[in-house]
Design a protein around this ligand. Structure first.
Ligand SMILES: Cc1cc2nc3c(=O)[nH]c(=O)nc-3n(C[C@H](O)[C@H](O)[C@H](O)COP(=O)(O)OP(=O)(O)OC[C@H]3O[C@@H](n4cnc5c(N)ncnc54)[C@H](O)[C@@H]3O)c2cc1C
Length: 387
């Protein structure tokens, strides 16, 4: 089996200067302060509008590491840099937390703009992406998902969400651009699934254009994929992830006294993830996958499966993906070995992407036990360059 050397920091960081690596090291070191992670983003959000130095501090640190810019044009630099490393870009308009109809309309238009941008350069921008909560109210989606009766106003409001969802999928199809629908909280996921599979039936007749996201921290995900394989006749697109909202899921299940939808432990999630990869590779003629993961074992597992099923490294139905600013050792080493790789490049106004940045800080802190991984790799590379 082809072993990928994820410890090759020379390949992983060839695109970064010493100064850039030192700056990133300083940022990852700051994630070791739990109080900063806990209170920093909230505090920053409350003062960012009237304290320009706070905005500029965030822009030069968290934002510079994890985002491509404030708008699509700003992201050009990131797109060119990733292309140099043979890595594709997935433009991700990452504005969260705003819930007015005008903002939803604006977001819908912006997502369609990312699709148009991808259409101009499909090789370097292989996918587009969106979150359903970017185009519809969380409480409304929760109500629809639970099968609760809607008022007349709510019915009209939901019709608008559907229209936005459909117009984004239609734009993806018209422009021949593959589109990920991100996965979110389990209490709105059934309605997201149902709209996404409906769109797949409509738009995936000749190839996979619409991709659903499967969160393997949830129980029964392999069975879910199997059921779609058995019941749907179109091409299937799946982005496979572990899932980002575990604590929230478990807390809600405990509070509302229903069985947690999350696998009992990390080993069970890992088995669900790797099993889902295997099932998809087995049916690769019908399925297109994107392994959205920062896990080295799962990335290696997919390489092994491709070898086992004698698939070329650049098989058009198989992609790996990571987030900008994280796990370059996976992205660049896989791309260097000839696999299809892309990175999410989040963008948006600095204040509006704070919730996204806060999640990245938590993920890289001691809170979730990831502390030190990125920092060790950066330090290894700096030592290698100056030994
Ligand atoms: C390109 C890309 C796209 C993504 N899109 C989405 C998306 O649409 N929706 C979404 O929810 N997330 C998304 N994510 C985030 C993803 O779900 C994970 O949170 C993140 O990538 C960490 O998981 P990992 O596979 O990288 O590896 P690891 O670091 O090995 O796994 C950590 C993950 O394992 C699971 N886990 C940890 N402890 C336990 C436990 N005790 N019991 C059960 N499970 C446990 C959790 O899901 C945790 O996030 C995306 C990530 C990437 C890279």
């Amino acid at each position: 089996m082809p072993q990928i050397d994820f410890n090759n920091t020379q390949v992983a960081f060839a695109h970064k200067t010493d100064a850039e690596l030192k700056k990133a090291a300083l940022l990852f070191k700051s994630f070791n302060y739990p109080w900063l992670i806990k209170y920093g983003p909230g505090l920053a959000a409350s003062v960012i509008n009237f304290l320009p130095p706070v905005k500029s501090l965030i822009r030069n640190t968290l934002f510079a590491q994890f985002c491509g810019g404030e708008n699509i044009k700003d992201c050009e630099k990131a797109i060119v840099a990733l292309t140099k490393g043979k890595i594709g870009t997935i433009l991700d308009y990452s504005v969260e937390g705003e819930e007015s109809e005008s903002v939803f309309d604006y977001t819908c238009k912006e997502i369609i703009d990312t699709i148009h941008k991808a259409a101009t350069n499909q090789k370097d921008i292989p996918f587009s992406v969106f979150k359903t909560t970017g185009i519809g109210r969380m409480d409304l989606l929760t109500k629809v998902n639970a099968g609760e009766a809607l008022s007349e106003t709510e019915t009209a409001e939901f019709a608008k969400v559907r229209a936005r969802f459909d117009s984004i999928c239609q734009a993806a199809y018209d422009n021949n651009v593959r589109l990920f629908v991100d996965a979110e909280d389990s209490w709105i996921q059934d309605i997201i699934d149902s709209m996404t599979y409906e769109a797949m039936e409509r738009f995936n007749k000749e190839k996979a254009i619409i991709f659903n996201t499967i969160q393997c921290y949830r129980t029964g995900r392999i069975a879910h994929i199997q059921e779609k394989l058995d019941s749907m006749s179109c091409f299937l697109g799946f982005k496979l992830v572990r899932g980002a909202y575990m604590e929230k899921e478990r807390a809600r299940a405990a509070e509302k006294k229903y069985p947690s939808p999350i696998n009992p432990d990390k080993a069970a999630t890992d088995a669900e993830y790797d099993g889902a990869l295997e099932l998809c590779v087995k049916h690769i003629a019908k399925v297109c996958i994107c392994a959205g993961t920062h896990n080295e074992n799962s990335s290696q597992k997919l390489c092994d499966l491709m070898e086992q099923y004698q698939l070329p490294k650049d098989h058009p139905h198989i992609f790996f993906a990571q987030l900008l600013g994280m796990s370059d050792h996976i992205s660049y080493n896989l791309a260097n070995a000839g696999y299809n790789v892309a990175k999410y490049v989040p963008y948006g106004p600095v204040k509006a992407v704070l919730p996204y940045l806060s999640r990245r800080a938590v993920e890289n802190s001691s809170v979730q036990g990831q502390v030190g991984r990125e920092l060790n790799l950066i330090n290894t590379e700096l030592k290698r360059r100056h030994k």
